[in-house]
Design a protein around this ligand. Structure first.
Ligand code: ZN
Ligand code: ZN
Length: 180
């Protein structure tokens, strides 16, 4: 059994180097901006943010930051730049989002839904307040799997503490210790 799980952990490490296997369909983020927190969402390939700039312009530094940080996992629609806006505003948004992209602790992923292209099958993963779920058979047994572990690695700095936990078994840490 352990050797099976060690295999999954090695697979998760490889998968974490291949974020293009992951297609993010939905995500909800709390973004700690300069002054306030904002709620940013992606649904059906369209971004929304509750900040004032987004309300006025249909684009903002928060959305631009997430587009940059999550790029390999986004659909073409979700990568589209927002509507054309006043040049000087755009420049300042770009500068801000560049800075934010290096400050990943500003971003807290609260929920997501993603498809994962595995070696054999595709899987659907979700994260919400009660934790991770994956539709693969390993997850059913271990409450974690290579897909969840890979996503945990990729998104680590942006995940709340509860979503960084190694799963009900607490077994990954244990085994990683044994492996290294
Ligand atoms: Zn915003
Ligand atoms: Zn899985």
């Amino acid at each position: 059994m352990h050797s099976d799980l060690i295999g999954k952990i090695e697979k998760a490490r490889r998968y974490a180097e291949e974020p293009e296997r992951i297609a993010l369909d939905e995500i909800t983020v709390r973004f700690h901006g300069g002054n306030n927190d904002h709620r940013v969402r992606l649904v059906d390939g369209r971004w929304t943010c509750d900040c004032e700039v987004f309300h006025l312009r249909g684009v903002c530094a928060h959305v631009m930051t997430l587009q940059k940080v999550l790029a390999p996992m986004l659909s073409a629609d979700a990568r589209e730049p927002g509507p054309v806006i006043i040049h000087s505003e755009l420049i300042s948004m770009i500068e801000k989002s560049r800075r934010y992209a290096h400050e990943l602790d500003r971003i807290e992923i609260q929920a997501l839904r993603a498809r994962f292209r595995g070696n054999n099958n595709d899987h659907v993963l979700t994260l919400n307040a009660s934790g991770w779920l994956c539709d693969c058979s390993t997850f059913r047994v271990w409450h974690t799997c290579a897909h969840v572990m890979a996503l945990q690695r990729i998104l680590a700095p942006m995940l709340p503490a509860v979503a960084r936990e190694p799963g009900a078994m607490s077994i990954e840490e244990h085994l990683v210790g044994a492996l290294s």
